[in-house]
Design a protein around this ligand. Structure first.
Ligand SMILES: [Zn+2]
Length: 432
């Protein structure tokens, strides 16, 4: 871990409201100076960032790393490589592994594997209920001691309101958020695409927007009752954005995330029956997409999170109703969401805030800052770089992306984690 100077880039640090040309000097794993470009840095190794943005490393609140148990889809090492190649220096991984992360021994296993094999930091989420069954709470204090940053039954929804109330009460005592996958299963039923004209045309069962809205309303009500921190995963509907905005205005501790695909695609993308457009929640209407983009822009939604959900080709290469929901997203989040900057909906500094400072704050971990003394987790983004996405050239073990073959604009060029150069777009993943 030597001295590295990131030279001549546009430094975007939301934690200091900084947006200016500067050099960033890194030493001993930390940021040691941010100052005018061209200063003498005493022979530090140089990274040329001219024409690029230098940002605190991105923190993805929603990733499925599939280890333990489904390493044929992804594992902690390959997921970590996808992360740093996409500009992410920290990944928050969901509990629906096999076995489920509902016990400190599983948490410790994940953290141990991450320390050995992942170039990105890994922060595990534990299940809120044992086996994700929605019935019996997990041992929250033991899991927090083992290192989890949140609780969630993501992939499943806690349908029993009494259980959800207790889960929120306990999470308040151990001071970590509950992440809700808000889809009322009695309204979703067999639904696989957004209920509306598109589901009718496709002849596929619809999953109505109200399935999300009803559930978000319940969870906000319970968060208000308990005073706990509720985090709404992958918001996809105008109704949910409206409820979250109103709740925040009256002081409820609710935060939220939105995925790149819910910001960029409508249910019309599903008209070709491509199973790489099947997600949970499903792609929605243009009105919903517009509301999610507006919610992200005005700060109602704190974070962009990918919901990176790898599945093998043989699992996705089946008829639409049989395919598992979810897409990979770590390596395409930057170009897909830069569209909001190009459209003038988000300033570059605000875009960085939604990808780093906002999510780091939600889990209460370091990150999202280039302040002197902060861990040197950072990424260099070329916002103009044009490239064509081919998952076979990427780092995931899976290929399930809706962006295959698309021209992308914008790319992570260099990523540092703890002062170590872990990714260079010209050389690939360099460590560990
Ligand atoms: Zn989910």
């Amino acid at each position: 871990m030597g001295r590295i100077c990131i030279r001549g880039g546009r430094v975007l640090d939301p934690s200091a409201e900084r947006d200016e040309l500067a050099d960033v000097l890194v030493e001993g794993g930390r940021i040691v100076a941010v100052g005018p470009p061209g200063a003498d840095t005493g022979g530090a190794e140089g990274v040329d960032a001219s024409g690029c943005w230098v940002a605190p490393g991105f923190v993805d609140l929603h990733v499925h790393l599939r280890e333990p148990g489904q390493e044929y889809k992804e594992d902690i090492a390959s997921g970590g490589r996808c992360g740093v190649a996409g500009g992410f220096t920290a990944l928050v991984c969901m509990a629906n592994t096999q076995p489920v992360n509902d016990d400190p021994s599983v948490t410790e296993y994940i953290l141990d594997r991450a320390r050995q094999e992942s170039p990105a930091r890994v922060y595990p989420v534990a299940a809120a209920t044992r086996g994700l069954a929605g019935e019996v709470m997990t041992e929250m204090s033991a899991l927090v001691e083992a290192g989890v940053v949140a609780f969630s039954d993501d992939g499943r929804t806690i349908m029993d309101s009494g259980v959800m109330r207790r889960v929120l009460e306990y999470s308040g005592l151990v001071r970590v958020p509950i992440i809700t996958h808000a889809e009322d299963r009695t309204l979703v039923r067999e639904g696989v695409v957004n209920e509306g004209p598109v589901s009718t045309r496709l002849g596929l069962p619809g999953n109505p927007a109200v399935a999300e809205v009803v559930h978000v309303a319940r969870d906000i009500t319970l968060a208000e009752l308990t005073g706990a921190h509720l985090h709404v995963a992958h918001v996809s509907t105008a109704g949910a954005v409206e409820l979250i905005r109103a709740a925040r205005e009256r002081g409820v501790h609710v935060t939220a995330e939105v995925t790149p695909h819910h910001l960029a695609l409508t249910d019309e993308a599903t008209l070709g029956y491509d199973t790489n457009t099947k997600m949970a929640p499903p792609l929605r209407s243009q009105r919903d997409v517009d509301a999610c983009r507006a919610g992200l822009a005005d700060g109602t939604i704190d974070a962009i999170a990918t919901d990176h959900a790898p599945h093998a080709v043989h699992e996705k290469d089946v008829e639409f109703t049989a395919a598992p929901p979810g897409v990979i997203g770590l390596e395409t989040a930057v170009p897909v969401t830069l569209d909001l900057v190009r459209a003038g909906e988000l300033a570059p500094l605000e875009w960085v805030r939604r990808l780093s400072t906002g999510p780091a704050r939600i889990i209460g971990r370091p990150g999202g800052s280039l302040a002197v003394g902060a861990p040197a987790d950072l990424t260099v983004i070329d916002p103009e770089r044009r490239w064509v996405y081919d998952p076979a050239k990427g780092f995931s073990k899976s290929r399930n992306s809706p962006w295959i073959g698309r021209e992308m604009i914008g790319r992570a060029m260099v990523t540092l984690v703890g002062g170590t150069l872990v990714y260079d777009a010209h050389r690939g993943v360099l460590a560990p």
